[in-house]
Design a protein around this ligand. Structure first.
Ligand code: FAD
Length: 436
């Protein structure tokens, strides 16, 4: 029932990622139109399925197919493309900045907070000017174009220094995002070499730098060591217990004292809660995440819920806090939607309980590592499981079919090595025409 038998409850959802999409789906399915008005604010009109970004970067999946158009699935939700800049929860008012036009205030009755996370950036000189992260489809497309354009540069110059710099690719951070991105892009470059006369794999330098003494902590140290060996067998340099100290002027200085020039620097050293949550007036933990209880309510605050990477949610199966993974965000969103509905109807919310089953990491085509409960998998079986699992998880039948078609095409045809970096400068041809 609408509160007080009057207007429908207005539910504002901040963010359209895993949390936003799945919470909105749960709410639109369970709540009648006269019970609730649903609004979702997200900077884009799509949700990004991040586990497929490495394959979008390497060209095995068309980038448009790793995003899910929110308007087509959230038919009962009003989607506002923009950002929530802050909340005045006492007044139940949000400040919304649309992608164009001035910011305005939006009133709500209940808020669901899910703006996710941003890359954790450290004060390394030159980082902001030189590095690119790996969290968005924009970054994935950029990196694909970057790798291929650097190969074009190397093929077309007779300057050996320029060539060496163009063919050096540095990745900082050995978590699954960085390792999968590195493995897929190296596969792409290796395959692309066949189309270049003077660029061979041995002319390139692919480097992974990790501050800890192992990579992929999610899958355990033995599989992490196996992954290091697999990467090294592909002539990828893995520097453990090493940090990037400077990237100024494109010269990469490592904590071991080594330094070299590189045109490509990918920074994937983990995530932190989205800074937007600091402007919402909610209690935060020491890492800047919104403090939530096991029911996914913002702690000690009425009518406010939070989940996903931006939230500190107690893990009642381990006694700790749930990690920032899609597995958790998706399930939290579904539980959150059930709890919001129960609360609106005068029922009791249920605690979030999920024991992570394992972790799956792709190391490029036909290669991978996986831990599923106590079972450890390597090579093709792990890669196959990674693909099958994520295919089953990407939202909508439409996206599943398109991804399968992309994979099928990739089985029968060689990889597409076109780079369309010029797409980022659509006005250049007309400007040049007007100058000549
Ligand atoms: C390359 C990569 C691979 C990954 N692979 C896996 C994997 O294999 N398995 C796994 O479990 N996890 C994986 N993850 C982690 C997983 O993607 C995240 O844990 C998950 O996306 C978190 O969901 P979320 O809804 O909290 O945030 P997100 O999915 O990031 O969504 C947050 C949304 O909120 C929007 N937003 C931000 N600020 C505002 C604002 N102020 N107002 C409105 N909207 C805002 C953002 O633009 C975004 O659309 C991977 C992550 C990356 C980057």
């Amino acid at each position: 029932m609408a509160r007080g038998g009057r207007a429908p409850t207005r539910i504002l959802i901040v963010g359209g990622g895993y949390v936003g999409l799945y919470a909105a789906l749960g709410l639109q399915r369970r709540l009648r139109r006269d019970e609730a008005d649903l609004l979702l604010v997200n900077p884009h009109s799509f949700m990004t399925y991040q586990p497929f970004l490495p394959e979008a970067a390497s060209g095995l999946i068309e980038p448009r197919h790793v995003v899910v158009p929110l308007r087509t699935v959230l038919k009962r939700v009003r989607l506002i493309t923009g950002t929530v800049q802050g909340l005045d929860h006492a007044r139940r008012t949000a400040t919304v900045a649309p992608t164009e036009g001035h910011a305005y205030e939006l009133s709500y009755d209940v808020v669901v907070v899910g703006p996710g996370s941003v890359s954790r950036v450290l004060p390394v000189p030159g980082l902001a000017e030189r590095a690119v992260g790996f969290k968005t489809v924009t970054e994935a497309i950029f990196l694909r174009n970057q790798v291929l354009s650097r190969m074009d540069v190397a093929e077309s110059t007779d300057d050996s220094n320029l060539r060496r710099r163009a063919l050096t690719f540095l990745f900082v951070g050995g978590g699954y995002a960085g390792v999968e991105a590195l493995a897929e892009l190296e596969d792409l470059a290796r395959d692309a070499c066949r189309y270049y006369r003077s660029v061979r794999r041995q002319d390139m330098r692919w480097v992974l730098v990790e501050a800890a003494d192992g990579i992929l902590p999610e899958i355990g140290s033995d599989l992490g060591e196996y992954a290091v060996q697999r990467l090294q067998r592909r002539d990828i340099e893995v520097h453990l217990r090493t940090k990037l100290e400077s990237a100024e002027g494109g010269r990469m200085v490592l904590s071991t004292g080594e330094s070299f020039e590189a045109d490509t620097l990918v920074w994937t050293t983990g995530v932190r809660a989205h800074p937007a949550v600091a402007r919402m007036g909610f209690p935060l933990d020491e890492r800047g995440r919104v403090l939530a209880d096991e029911f996914l309510r913002v702690r000690d605050v009425l009518d406010a819920w939070a989940a996903g990477d931006c939230a500190s949610v107690p893990d009642i199966t381990t006694g700790g806090v749930t990690p920032p993974t899609a597995q958790h965000a998706l399930r939290q969103a579904k539980q959150l939607a059930r709890n919001v509905v129960a609360t609106l109807r005068g029922g009791e919310p249920q605690p979030f309980r999920y024991r992570q089953l394992g972790a799956l990491v792709s190391l490029g085509r036909y290669k991978g590592v996986a831990r599923v409960m106590r079972i450890r998998l390597r090579g093709f079986p792990a890669w196959f499981l990674h693909r099958t699992y994520h295919l089953s998880r990407i939202p909508t039948a439409n996206r599943k079919v398109r991804v399968v078609l992309d994979w099928t095409v990739a089985l029968f045809f060689r990889r597409d090595v076109v780079q369309l970096g010029s797409l980022q400068h659509p006005r250049d041809p007309l400007r040049e025409a007007s100058e000549n």
